[in-house]
Design a protein around this ligand. Structure first.
Ligand SMILES: [Zn+2]
Length: 65
């Protein structure tokens, strides 16, 4: 795991693998894509099947018992 730790421990940036979650292809590029809410965001785009998914997501690192 990466030792790069910035910011508070309550948040964690989950970086997604540049591998298509749909077809498993690594032929992946980054593109600005239009999101459902009308904003544009840089995302991975699979050149094999056209699937797009976020580069990373920030998760609230909630500690549950
Ligand atoms: Zn794909």
């Amino acid at each position: 795991m990466s030792a790069a730790s910035t910011g508070p421990d309550s948040f964690r940036v989950i970086r997604h693998e540049p591998v298509c979650p749909e077809c498993g292809s690594s032929d992946v590029i980054t593109e600005d894509v239009d999101m459902a809410d009308g904003t544009a965001e840089t995302a991975y785009l699979c050149r094999t099947c056209g699937e797009a998914w976020p580069l990373a997501c920030v998760t609230e690192w909630s500690v549950r018992p």
